[in-house]
Design a protein around this ligand. Structure first.
Ligand code: THG
Length: 274
C-alpha cells in the first residue's frame, strides 16, 4: 500500500498558522513524524487561506526538503500552484502531482498541463487524476469508469505510461444525505478501473473525506480502506498517525498474501516501511 500522508494541509489549523507565521519547524516536524509512521509520500496542500498560494507551495517544499527526502505529493487543482512547488522540487526523490480532472469548464486543457509538468520533472514524476470532468463529480459507477478510461487513453496517446497514473474515483463524506450508496459505487468502479491497462494503473483515494463530519472517523476510514484494498486500491491519502488504520493496512496486506504470515506481522510491516 502506498500511503500518502495527509497532514501537511492548510486545512488543519496548526499548518494554517505555521504558513501564516512562516514557521518551518511545525512543517518539518510533521514531515519527519509522518515519514517515520510509514508514509511513502507526503501530501502538500497550501489550503485556502494563503494569499500567495504559489509562493506558499514553494516555501513548503523547500522547508520539507531541508529535513527529509520523502517524495512529495503536490496537492492543488491549480497548475500554477503545482508549478510553484516544482520550481524547487528535488526530482531525484520522486514526486506525485495531485490532482487533475479529465477536463473542466474553465480549463479544457488542464489534464494536458499536468502531464506536461510531470514530463518536465522526469520519469520519477507520477500523476493523480480524478474521475471528474466538466460536469463535475459523477455519482454513479459507469460514469466514473468511463472518465477513468478516457484518462488512461489520453495518457497513452501522450506517451505517458499508465503505471505513472493514480486514478482517484473521488470519495465523498458518507454522512451527506443520499451519499451512502457512493462507497459501493466506488468499489464497483475500482473493479473495472484496474482492467483499463495491463499492468493496472494505480488507484488512490482521499480516505479521510469519507468520515468528514462523522463520529467513529477512524473506524469508518479503516474499514473502507480494507474493503477497497480487496478491490485493487493500492494507495491512499490518509492519516498515518492513526495506528489502527496502519495496522488495518498491514493486516489486509497479510490476508491478501502480500506479506508472509508470522505472529509478528505487524512489527515486520512497520520495520519494512520505516
Ligand atoms: N483526492 C485527492 N487529493 C485530496 C483529496 C481527495 N487531497 C485533499 C483531501 N482530499 C485529502 N486530505 C484530507 C485531509 C484532511 C481531511 C480530509 C482529507 C480532514 N480534515 C479535518 C476535517 O475536515 O474534519 C480537519 C480537522 C482539523 O482541522 O483538525 O478530514 O479526495 N486526490
Amino acid at each position: 500500500m502506498i500511503l500518502i500522508a495527509e497532514r501537511i494541509n492548510g486545512m488543519f489549523t496548526d499548518v494554517k498558522q505555521a504558513i501564516a507565521d512562516k514557521d518551518k519547524k511545525v512543517i518539518q516536524d510533521l514531515a519527519k513524524r509522518q515519514t517515520e509512521a510509514g508514509a511513502a509520500y507526503l501530501d502538500v496542500n497550501v489550503g485556502t487561506a494563503a494569499a500567495d498560494q504559489e509562493g506558499t507551495m514553494e516555501w513548503l517544499v523547500e522547508s520539507i526538503q531541508e529535513t527529509c527526502s520523502t517524495p512529495l505529493c503536490l496537492d492543488s487543482q491549480k497548475p500554477g500552484v503545482i508549478a510553484g512547488g516544482l520550481k524547487v522540487i528535488n526530482p531525484e526523490n520522486g514526486v506525485l502531482l495531485n490532482s487533475t480532472p479529465l477536463n473542466k469548464k474553465s480549463d479544457e486543457e488542464v489534464f494536458d498541463k499536468y502531464i506536461e509538468m510531470a514530463d518536465q520533472v522526469g520519469p520519477k514524476a507520477n500523476l493523480i487524476a480524478l474521475t471528474m470532468d466538466k460536469n463535475g463529480v459523477p455519482q454513479d459507477t459507469d460514469t466514473r469508469v468511463a472518465i477513468a478510461a478516457e484518462i488512461v487513453s489520453k495518457a497513452m496517446e501522450k506517451g505517458f505510461d499508465p503505471q505513472r497514473l493514480f486514478i482517484d474515483p473521488i470519495v465523498l463524506p458518507v454522512k451527506v444525505p443520499n451519499a451512502q450508496v457512493q462507497p459501493t459505487n466506488i468499489l464497483a468502479a475500482m473493479d473495472q478501473i484496474k482492467y483499463l491497462a495491463d499492468p493496472a494503473p494505480h488507484m488512490t483515494v482521499g480516505l479521510s473525506n469519507l468520515s468528514q463530519g462523522a463520529s467513529e472517523r477512524s473506524l469508518i476510514n479503516r474499514i473502507f480502506l480494507a474493503m477497497a484494498m480487496s478491490h485493487g486500491l493500492d494507495s491512499a491519502i490518509a492519516d498515518v498517525f492513526d495506528t489502527a488504520l496502519v495496522n488495518a493496512v498491514a493486516t489486509a496486506e497479510m490476508l491478501m498474501n502480500k506479506q508472509i504470515y508470522s505472529d509478528s506481522f505487524l512489527k515486520v510491516y512497520k520495520s519494512a516501511n520505516k
